[in-house]
Design a protein. Structure first.
Length: 272
């Protein structure tokens, strides 16, 4: 029996099947949805985004950035192209972000990368028919933690109208005693610098904090604590429990427009 509540594979019986389905659906999305692949936002090989376009041409589409999870040390943008299905169905442009993986780099690099990817979107998305003033973001798991770095108060104006945070990690301290100690070895300095619970946020950004009902207790505790912190800082926060969903099928549902998670994403984009 799995005792580490952060080791997702040990708590999701069909983990590999869900991941395989996500990857297969993502390949189908890339084959079907109009896109511009591997656009550089920096010089490093991992500093690329994929841009997916809605069917209806426009010069002022809303824009949505998605940041994948994987405990900062797994997966890539191509694995999560399926999220674009819901985004383009909602009439928005989807920007799926890639970033380097730990432990080959440290977390400061990842945070810098996602911030520069966001700045690339603000500076360049108009070329693809997007309106940078109608920007929303989302992230799953470690990607939710990285997404919080894009609407912090000290970086105002964040220009992020709304954010969807799914199954996120908002207190990094407990991870130092998890299986990740051997895999990425978070330092005390990284925990202090990049724990979302320690930050101040842009009060103009609306936030959905989502967690699957079948997630392990730390994910529920962190979601509740972070939602409370954001509310105390004056943000408009909606906390939602995804019925009968775990850490992996909840993110697969982001690419299924009619699912509960997909409907939340569509609602978020509608705010822009």
């Amino acid at each position: 029996m799995e005792t580490d509540e952060f080791r997702i594979r040990g708590h999701v019986a069909n983990f590999d099947d869900i991941v395989a389905d996500i990857v297969a659906r993502s390949a189908a999305t890339r084959a079907r949805v109009p896109m511009h692949a591997d656009i550089a936002y920096g010089d490093a090989p991992t500093e690329k985004v994929d841009v997916f376009l809605p069917a209806k041409a426009s010069t002022a589409h809303p824009v949505h950035i998605f940041i994948h999870g994987g405990y900062w040390r797994a997966f890539s943008k191509s694995d999560y192209s399926l999220v674009a299905e819901t985004v383009v169905a909602a009439g928005a442009i989807a920007v799926i972000v890639d970033y380097a993986l730990m432990p080959s780099v440290r977390m400061a690099t990842l945070v810098d990368q996602v911030r520069r990817a966001k700045q690339w979107v603000l500076d360049n998305i108009a070329r693809y028919g997007g309106d940078p003033e109608r920007l929303t973001i989302s992230g799953h798991s470690a990607g939710a933690q990285l997404a919080t770095m894009l609407f912090q108060r000290e970086r105002e104006p964040s220009q992020v109208r709304a954010a969807l945070l799914l199954g996120g990690l908002y207190d990094l301290k407990p991870l130092q005693k998890s299986f990740l100690k051997a895999e990425i070895a978070l330092t005390n300095d990284e925990v202090a610098a990049f724990t979302p619970m320690k930050k101040q946020y842009d009060a103009s950004t609306g936030v959905f904090v989502l967690v699957g009902a079948k997630e392990t207790p730390p994910f529920h505790l962190q979601a509740t604590g972070f939602a409370r912190k954001l509310s105390e800082q004056g943000l408009d926060v909606s906390q939602r429990i995804l019925v009968n969903r775990n850490h992996m099928d909840s993110v697969r549902d982001l690419g299924v427009p009619h699912s509960l998670t997909g409907r939340c994403l569509s609602e978020l984009i509608g705010r822009a």
